[in-house]
Design a protein around this ligand. Structure first.
Ligand code: MOS
Length: 730
């Protein structure tokens, strides 16, 4: 293996163009003759459109088209998001990756603009195309739409009894032993209900695209995490060959899962350019982003833990509901971590969906794990209190030495080292477990911790590499860079594998003209694309060594000189990487331990996070700096989850109400304390050829429970519904 265990902390190669504004994002592709499209949302949650009067809109200056179900081009039903989307399938791991060219339409049971039915408030029902954005916006306001409204279901808790099983492929129910009988006779029990709110991703870059039809070809500059699936989706929808479609997404200004699917507005733009035969720009306003691009669904979860008097778990029951709807297949599978996190002879877990007349949910950073482990790790803290046991000791007493459900061996697991090193750095030994016992002046101080885990995935990916006679190497793969550091680490993997300077390699990505890559999600990009790049670099090196008479380069020799000697202008290689059967014999997960210290103002109920210490073991770390940023960003988002983020839904209207960044609160710099991140070295020989497990999501997962547990330690109040706001502490 040519790669170091912890790769050099290099600066991001895309940093400069992003910081200087030179990076061109999707909506900045101002093609000649560009026109603008504005979508029109439904204003009821349930019913049918009775009439659309577009007389005034059509007469309005600059208007080119008004498209609705009355006149929309007839499309083929586009392919849905595969059930194992992004390889985040249930108990299986790497092998569950989809074929990279599966479609990814987010609402497979609602053909865009196909009929008059309204399934949720905000559903896009028309698109207005005009010469300018202002003209399109004005004309959209002139549409007169009437409805036949029916009573919709909008309240998750009011309809929880109607929950259905919708997630068997992604998070199959878990039945190990007999959890109910074991719980009934357990010496110590916790049986509590935890709730998590709706949350919206709110990437800085709004969902946006520029679409153009020319002849029989469609070009999309689309802010996307999955360009090949977008291409497949539109090839099927419009009945044209994939080769006639190019999707480009070289820069993505934040996504967090929300850009993993093709959402209705992409169809609106594609239909608009199809109809007006001019390039169309469509970007959604911040308010619209709260209705038709997915969100983290609200959940209600019951966790029941039974333990022996010495703290051994005898039963885990985890069940509950999340919001879904009838047009999307999304399921917030919060029971996924339940199958991984603790050893227990009796486990029963199932998550159900309540179909409401509310917009479609989707993947949001650590979907499933994030809300699921909030519930489990809060319950574990409650169990530690009941047992009068140290929370780390309780977790160590239930340390899973193999995968607790399928009993596969771990490909590697360093959670014990995570507990030890984070606890030591944090100063856990100074914690007084007695609530309200630690103070700093008038502030109550609390310390809490939580475990976290996220599965390691890998999907098939291809890559190409070319070295020219000047010694420059170009490595290509149609993957995505959303700020994770993909371009930088791939350049590192190629340079280190080939044994050439970092600066002599360039990595090309973000275009369906390049070799095929899967979705960038599920923390799988480094492992997936990294393996393909490693493989193609090895193949290129093999060819070069062969050219050199079967010898490695002599000291002082270069590949450029070798190509000159051989009268060659370039040497090329191609690789198709995919998980092999050996990998699926193991259970592969990243693990971590997260610690928080909070202060709580006893009179005002204000919680401040004072510091956080986290330790993670995620296999080989390709770039210490970009990895640190990934963990850091996850932790910041976790603090938002714990204390700030929630989208309120008014069940009377079925509408989200705080649909702007003034009222939807995310952390600002002043909310973020010193964050300490420990990367535990982990040599995993089984997970994949480069030993990478993935770290994009695990950073967020243990933060909310660690903070909730710290708030309990500070105040003696257990907050079981996120976010932890002042009203819940007074
Ligand atoms: Mo993500 S929620 O895996 O983009």
């Amino acid at each position: 293996m040519t790669l170091p265990m912890i790769g050099k902390g290099r600066e991001r190669v895309d940093g400069r163009v992003k910081a200087t504004g030179a990076a061109r994002y999707a909506a900045e592709n101002n093609a000649k003759g560009l026109v603008h499209a504005v979508v029109v949302p439904a204003t009821i949650a349930s019913g049918r459109i009775k009439s659309i009067d577009d007389t005034a809109a059509k007469k309005s200056p600059g208007v080119l088209a008004v498209i609705s179900y009355l006149n929309a081009p007839k499309l083929n039903r586009p392919p849905a998001q595969g059930s194992g989307q992004s390889g985040r399938g249930g108990g299986q791991q790497q092998q569950s990756g989809p074929p990279p060219d599966s479609g990814n339409y987010a609402e497979p049971h609602l053909l865009p603009f196909a009929d008059a039915t309204i399934h949720y408030l905000g559903q896009q029902i028309a698109v207005v195309v005009a010469e300018t954005l202002e003209q399109a916006t004005h004309a959209a306001n002139l549409l007169r739409i009437t409805y036949d409204e029916t009573a919709g279901k909008t309240d998750l808790l009011a309809h929880r009894a109607k929950a259905i099983d919708k997630g068997s492929q992604q998070a199959p129910p878990i039945h190990v032993g007999d959890a109910d009988t074991a719980f009934a006779s357990a010496a110590v029990k916790i049986d509590q209900t935890y709730r998590t709110p709706y949350q919206h991703h709110n990437p800085m870059e709004a969902h946006s695209l520029v679409a153009s039809w020319e002849g029989n070809r469609l070009t999309l500059h689309e802010s996307s995490q999955n360009i090949f699936a977008v291409r497949t989706t539109f090839a099927r929808a419009f009945g044209i060959p994939k080769e006639n479609i190019e999707v480009m997404s070289p820069f993505v200004g934040g996504a967090f899962g929300s850009k993993g699917s093709t959402w209705p507005h992409v169809f609106a733009a594609a239909m608009a350019t199809y109809v007006v035969k001019r390039p169309v720009k469509l970007w959604l306003s911040r308010k619209q982003l709260f209705f038709t691009n997915g969100h983290r669904p609200a959940t209600e979860q019951r966790v029941a833990l039974g333990a022996s008097a010495d703290g051994k778990l005898v039963s885990i029951i985890h069940e509950g509901v999340s919001q879904g709807n009838g047009v999307s297949d999304y399921n917030e599978r919060f029971t996924r971590p339940t199958r991984t996190i603790y050893a227990c002879p009796n486990i029963r877990a199932a998550n159900k969906v309540v179909e409401l007349n509310v917009a479609s949910g989707t993947y949001m950073r650590a979907p499933g794990e994030n809300v699921g482990l909030f519930a489990i790790e809060s319950a574990m803290d409650e169990l530690a209190v009941a047992l009068k046991m140290d929370p780390i000791a309780l977790r160590l007493a239930n340390y899973a030495e193999s995968d607790p459900v399928e009993h596969k061996p771990w490909s590697s697991k360093s959670l014990r080292q995570c507990y030890e090193r984070a606890a030591e750095r944090f100063g856990w030994s100074r914690r007084n477990p007695e609530p309200r016992s630690m103070r700093d002046g008038r502030l109550l101080i609390g310390m809490g911790m939580a475990s976290c885990t996220y599965p390691a995935h890998r999907a098939p990916a291809s890559a190409r590499a070319r070295i020219d006679a000047s010694g420059h190497v170009v490595v290509s793969c149609g993957t995505h860079e959303m700020g994770m550091g993909t371009a930088t680490v791939m350049q590192q993997v190629a340079a280190e594998t080939l044994g050439v300077p970092f600066e002599s390699v360039r990595f090309e990505y973000g275009d369906t003209k390049l070799p095929q890559a899967p979705i960038s999600a599920g923390s799988l990009t480094a492992a997936t694309v990294g393996t393909a790049v490693h493989q193609v670099a090895n193949e290129l090196k093999r060819k070069l060594v062969e050219l050199n008479g079967g010898q490695e380069l002599a000291t002082g020799d270069t590949y450029a000189a070798l190509l000159h000697r051989q009268y060659l202008t370039k040497v090329e290689a191609q690789a198709d990487a995919k998980p092999d059967a050996e990998e699926s014999k193991y259970a592969s997960h990243s693990f971590g331990a997260q610690f928080a210290e909070v202060s709580v103002d006893a009179e005002l109920g204000i919680v401040r996070v004072r510091r956080m210490v986290s330790a993670f073991a995620g296999g080989r770390i390709l770039n210490a700096k970009t990895a640190h940023s990934q963990f850091y960003g996850g932790i910041v988002q976790g603090i938002g989850c714990a204390l700030l983020e929630q989208t309120r839904l008014d069940p009377r209207a079925g509408s989200f109400t705080n649909v702007n960044l003034g009222e939807y609160l995310v952390p600002v710099n002043a909310d973020i304390p010193p964050i300490d991140i420990i990367m535990v070295e982990e040599d995993d020989p089984h997970v994949n050829p480069i030993g990478v497990k993935g770290i994009g999501e695990i950073g967020i997962i243990g933060v909310a429970p660690a903070i909730a547990n710290a708030v309990y330690n500070a105040t003696g109040k257990r907050v079981r519904d996120l976010p932890i706001t002042i009203d819940k502490l007074l």
